[in-house]
Ligand binder design. Structure first.
Ligand SMILES: Cc1cc2nc3c(=O)[nH]c(=O)nc-3n(C[C@H](O)[C@H](O)[C@H](O)COP(=O)(O)OP(=O)(O)OC[C@H]3O[C@@H](n4cnc5c(N)ncnc54)[C@H](O)[C@@H]3O)c2cc1C
Length: 384
């Protein structure tokens, strides 16, 4: 690292050149394979590397703008992409030149994602894709989208899916804002009309999109629930504890007991997230991430509710309901009202809390699965 910093002075080197060189030296995500921005080292060393770069005044890759790219697209590409795709996409992604979004949910397919209807029809070296996606976070900034589409309607729903990386600037891709409860439009609906996707941008084998999508979803849950090493009182408990300390006049014994319980829960979740991150091998998170995601949703909703109550009359005010197109969800640049409203989505995005409980029950605890009556029915014959 020292040799790298000596060769690339962060104060002298233009940002993009610095990030490119950091990637090429394997110091981007050190647990990734050599040649793909990593050195095949332990994931736990990433924290040390990031801290050293920050201390040297190095430019960052604006990770919060590319949460889907870094947290979901990259592990999927490493696990299922070809060597050519890894070379083509990972560097652009890590250095922040290409923002990614996730085109999974549809108006008729959310929790039961495998029922999705967007069609992909093979045409020589291309696929022609038409359909509608919804709740697509950050599609308005994205250059690339992770897309699951139906390539074969004749087979049961899980078997006829294929996975692509779609160019969001291609003809036929239309992104429209969807305004949410916070007032802003963080997500979108995306219409795909005869969009041509080269077969070279297919990730994984034809018909195996469900398997690839599951890898993305498991990464998503880890990414939401335990994304990065965090100091004590990081996250929503931070502003709640700060208000408690600075506004003694708001305190009541009941609120005190609640704050203590929430503080302990937040600390336990932080430590459990740390353990989960250390257990993870690159690109292969398991269903355990669902527990982290489930806990984060509950905590964020409970803590933001507490914060609002603690704020008393001030809690009833909302800072700004004007329509905005944020570059990422930032819970901390705004007031408690925003946190309260935005946290509602935490138990829906990335899979609902009910679905997380199903996954934990079936795949972690080994309890009997939900009956799947439509498992063998061709998708085209499913009731709609
Ligand atoms: C802030 C936010 C950002 C999002 N970003 C994206 C994105 O970038 N890309 C993307 O593709 N999607 C995104 N989503 C969509 C999200 O993944 C879906 O909303 C979610 O999977 C639920 O699907 P649904 O809305 O269709 O609800 P439904 O699946 O219709 O569920 C409705 C209700 O039924 C319950 N339910 C459904 N099935 C079961 C079951 N088997 N057992 C028990 N209960 C069940 C659910 O828990 C829920 O309470 C985002 C959502 C939010 C809120």
């Amino acid at each position: 690292m020292l040799a790298f910093l000596a060769e690339h002075d962060p104060r002298e080197t233009p940002k993009q050149d610095f990030l490119n060189a950091r990637f090429d030296a394997g110091l981007a995500w050190v647990h990734y394979p050599e040649g793909l921005g990593g050195l095949g080292l332990s994931r736990s060393l990433q924290q040390v590397v990031d801290a050293e770069f920050a201390a040297a005044g190095s430019p960052g890759n604006d990770a919060e703008r590319n949460v889907i790219g870094l947290g979901m697209a990259a592990p999927t590409i490493v696990a299922y992409g070809t060597d050519e795709q890894r070379r083509r996409w990972l560097r652009e992604l890590w250095t922040g030149r290409e923002i990614w979004c996730q085109l999974f949910s549809e108006p008729g397919a959310g929790s039961d994602l495998a029922t999705l209807a967007t069609r992909a029809v093979r045409d020589g070296d291309n696929w022609v894709v038409s359909g509608q996606k919804v709740w697509t976070s950050l599609a308005h900034h994205a250059q690339r989208g992770l897309l699951v589409a139906r390539s074969d309607p004749e087979v049961p729903k899980h078997q006829g899916l294929t996975y692509f990386a779609v160019d969001m600037t291609a003809p036929g891709v239309e992104v429209r804002p969807l305004r949410q409860i916070t007032g802003e439009a963080e997500f979108n609906e995306v219409f795909l009309t005869d969009v041509r996707i080269p077969d070279a941008d297919r990730i994984g084998p034809v018909g195996e999109g469900w398997k690839v999508a599951n890898a993305t979803l498991m990464s998503e849950r880890v990414s939401i629930g335990a994304s990065r090493a965090a100091p004590r009182e990081a996250g929503m408990i931070g502003p709640a504890a700060a208000t408690w300390r600075s506004r003694p006049e708001l305190r009541t014994p009941g609120l005190h007991a609640r704050l203590l319980r929430l503080w302990i829960d937040a600390e336990v979740a932080r430590l459990a997230g740390e353990r989960l991150r250390q257990q993870l091998a690159a690109g292969q998170p398991g269903p355990e991430g669902s527990a982290a995601k489930l806990v984060l949703a509950r905590l964020n909703q409970d803590i933001s509710g507490f914060e609002l109550e603690l704020a008393a009359a001030d809690g009833l005010r909302y800072d700004d309901w004007s329509m905005r197109r944020p570059e990422h969800a930032n819970f901390y640049s705004r007031g408690p009202g925003y946190r309260y409203l935005r946290a509602r989505g935490n138990s829906i995005e990335g899979g609902t809390s009910e679905i997380m409980r199903n996954i934990i029950a079936e795949r972690v605890l080994g309890l009997p699965p939900e009956p799947r009556v439509d498992k063998d029915v061709p998708w085209k014959d499913l009731p709609r």
